[in-house]
Ligand binder design. Structure first.
Ligand SMILES: [Zn+2]
Length: 230
């Protein structure tokens, strides 16, 4: 189905290219309102996970996710810049246990968190990193006090809608402009003259964390994105 990104934050992160015949590469930002490919509409859920992770990453917090998201959800999280999978860490829940690197807590509020950390430290007398399991809307409350968050839910809403046509899209990373080529063909940005990058492709890079990370890094500083019809 030909789809556009119709509702959500100004910039979403695309994920789920394996459910598409043509699409952006996983981890590529998509502007609100923009057509993005020929995909199964369930990519909306994956874009929601990827976009939520990116929103948290932009605050400078480390983000982990659980394997409970399923293989597609985990890959989407990596497309959004996730730092790791909880179940692959050496961690203990609620208390320190011999030699673990991380203690995972699920506090009600900040004082609950900080007093728990101190109490655990008194007993453990060992170094450990603190992770908090929380929903997206509470990340800002806990993030300043911990080494990372485990994002459990509260994913940002992303809606996709069917469209009649998906044009070629050329992106200027420098200006944050996508040229939607409904009529003309452009090779260079009309504002800065730089060469445009093709956004939509049928190419499928390997579905690996290294690839997701490199695409995430390519776009990490792209915070504004609008489209222009040409
Ligand atoms: Zn430009």
């Amino acid at each position: 189905m030909l789809l556009a990104y119709v509702r959500g934050p100004p910039v979403a992160v695309f994920a789920g290219s394996w459910l598409c015949s043509k699409s952006p590469i996983d981890g590529t930002p998509v502007a609100l309102g923009e057509p993005f490919g020929d995909c199964d509409p369930v990519v909306a859920r994956l874009m929601s996970i990827a976009t939520s992770v990116r929103i948290v990453k932009q605050t400078g917090t480390k983000v982990f996710i659980s394997r409970e998201l399923g293989e597609d959800g985990v890959d989407a999280a990596f497309a959004g810049g996730a730092d790791g999978v909880l179940e692959e860490l050496d961690y203990a829940v609620g208390d320190y246990r011999n030699g673990v690197k991380f203690v995972l807590l699920e506090p009600r509020d900040v004082s609950d968190l900080l007093n728990a950390v101190r109490t655990i430290a008194e007993k453990a007398r060992k170094s450990f990193d603190v992770l908090v399991a929380t929903d997206l809307d509470k990340v800002g409350v806990f993030a300043p006090y911990v080494d990372g968050v485990v994002l459990k839910g509260g994913w940002v809403t992303i809606e996709v809608g069917e469209v009649g046509y998906v044009p070629e899209i050329g992106r200027c990373l420098y200006c944050g402009v996508d040229y939607l080529m409904y009529s003309g063909v452009l090779r260079r940005c009309i504002y800065c003259g730089r060469k445009l990058t093709k956004v939509i492709t049928s190419a499928k890079p390997p579905r690996s964390r290294a690839v997701f990370r490199s695409i995430y890094r390519k776009y990490v500083s792209l915070n504004k994105l609008r489209f222009k019809i040409v």
